[in-house]
Ligand binder design. Structure first.
Ligand code: FAD
Length: 411
């Protein structure tokens, strides 16, 4: 009987196990995760989970407790995989135990980057897994103020949650605008205003001089221009590095992540990589993407490939973020160096809602919708079909976008 081992029971790993059984895989399926307990969702960790009471965690489970046993999935938690021998097809657990596989899936995610010299400082937090969120939540209860370094989605979501909990929050971002790597300038400007209205002090273009501590406990930061920000705790949200240690042990190709083809197969045909740690080098969206949708979509592709089924076509990537009462939904990918893009803003039907349509030359590359789910759906359809309105049409408030999309369905 074929044995498949999945390392990592996060969004990608669990979606993969689910897809394997749906694809008719009847062999042995084992999932291993170093975190103890039932696997939990990640997006709430910067949102509802941070504001939840300690005992209220079951609603954040990725799957209910009986789900794994019902599908004959062996879930080994609280055990890390320390070694991978691709020659003998064996993994070694951190308690010394070994398991053999016919196919291996690396769904090991990513690790938050730390700020230099803060690793041993009390009162400094990163946020990736439920244990990080529990620590942050406990500290936040006792704190009056927080400094968030990094104005990306996670930093801003934490800022919104802590502000909702009554804390004084400052966000420092090195780039000239918030969300510079991942959002269009109008969306960055919207969130800067929304956070400012909520009382968050946003400092962009900020160069850090020193993280200050007293007896090893964080007390504040000093910027290069001399500004001092005192706070009771520090949240570092400056991005993640893909987990590639096991891939390196197996001599797999590694770029900004574990390199795969479009079926999520690595440079060894019996090892696959999916989720935040994978770098899908094929096709139009050949990048490493950090989102739940990407993890699920790659899981479907890997499962179809391993079971010999048709590998689903790649989808347009999508993402969401919740901050205060605002929902952002985005489809497509804004190139990291997105200064050459042309953006068209369009008012939505709901009060305050709008969408931003980003073009590289005449090609629509991304649609971001704030409080405008209809625009998100229409924009995603345009991206999927490759048929989009021209910028001048979108800029016209009277242009009937819905009819444009509906009248001429995708070939
Ligand atoms: P993970 O979910 O991180 O799972 C990887 C698992 O591998 C972990 O459980 C880890 O313990 C395990 N592991 C790693 N190495 C080993 C080892 N050697 N042995 C055993 N186990 C190992 N995305 C959105 O689309 N929308 C959002 O609003 C959103 N919000 C987010 C908020 C936060 C706070 C975070 C952290 C992420 C958010 N994301 C969001 C991103 C999304 O959660 C990730 O893209 C997704 O979790 C990636 O899934 P993954 O399985 O690759 O990684």
């Amino acid at each position: 009987m074929m044995k498949v081992i999945v390392i990592g029971a996060g969004h990608a790993g669990v979606a993969f196990a689910d897809a394997m059984r749906r694809n008719g895989f009847a062999g042995e399926l084992t999932m291993i995760d170093r975190l103890a307990g039932l696997p939990l969702e990640r997006p709430p960790l910067s949102k509802a989970f941070l504001l939840a009471e300690d005992g209220e965690e079951s609603s954040f489970a990725l799957r209910a407790s009986g789900w794994f046993a019902d599908r004959q999935i062996t879930l080994v938690t609280g055990r890390g995989v320390a070694g991978l021998d691709a020659g003998t097809r064996q993994v070694t657990l951190d308690d010394g135990g070994t398991l053999s596989y016919d196919r291996l899936v690396l769904a090991t995610g990513a690790t938050p980057r730390q700020l230099a010299n803060t690793a041993d400082m009390d009162g400094v937090f990163v946020l990736r897994d439920p244990d990080d969120a529990r620590r942050l939540r406990t500290a936040a209860r006792a704190a009056r103020s927080a400094l968030v370094i990094g104005g990306g989605y996670i930093g801003l979501e934490v800022a919104a949650s802590l502000t909702k909990a009554g804390k004084m929050v400052t966000v420092i971002e090195a780039a000239p605008r918030l969300l510079a790597r991942v959002a269009s300038p109008p969306v960055s400007a919207f969130f800067a205003t929304r956070h400012g209205d909520a009382g968050v002090d946003i400092i962009t273009g900020a160069a850090m001089s020193e993280i200050r501590h007293d007896n090893g406990g964080f007390v504040g930061a000093t910027l290069e221009d001399g500004r001092q920000i005192d706070a009771d705790m520090l949240v570092v949200g400056i991005g993640v590095a893909p987990n590639t240690d096991l891939a390196a042990q197996a001599d797999l190709a590694i770029a900004n992540g574990i390199v795969t083809d479009g079926t999520m197969r690595t440079s060894r045909p019996d090892i696959y990589a999916i989720g935040d740690g994978a770098f899908d080098g094929s096709g139009a969206y050949g990048l490493r993407i950090e989102s739940v949708h990407n993890a699920q979509e790659q899981a479907e592709r890997a499962a179809a490939s391993i079971t010999g089924n048709d590998v689903p076509r790649r989808q347009v990537p999508w993402f969401w973020s919740d901050q205060y009462d605002v929902k952002l939904q985005s489809a497509g990918v804004l190139p990291a160096n997105n200064t050459d893009l042309h953006h068209v803003q369009r008012a939505g039907r709901r009060e305050g809602g709008f969408s931003v349509w980003s073009f590289a030359d005449d090609d629509l590359v991304a649609v971001e919708a704030i409080g405008d789910p209809a625009a998100y759906v229409l924009g995603k359809t345009c991206l999927e079909s490759g048929r989009a309105p021209r910028p001048v049409q979108l800029a016209d408030a009277g242009f009937d976008l819905k009819s444009f999309v509906a009248d001429k369905p995708v070939a």
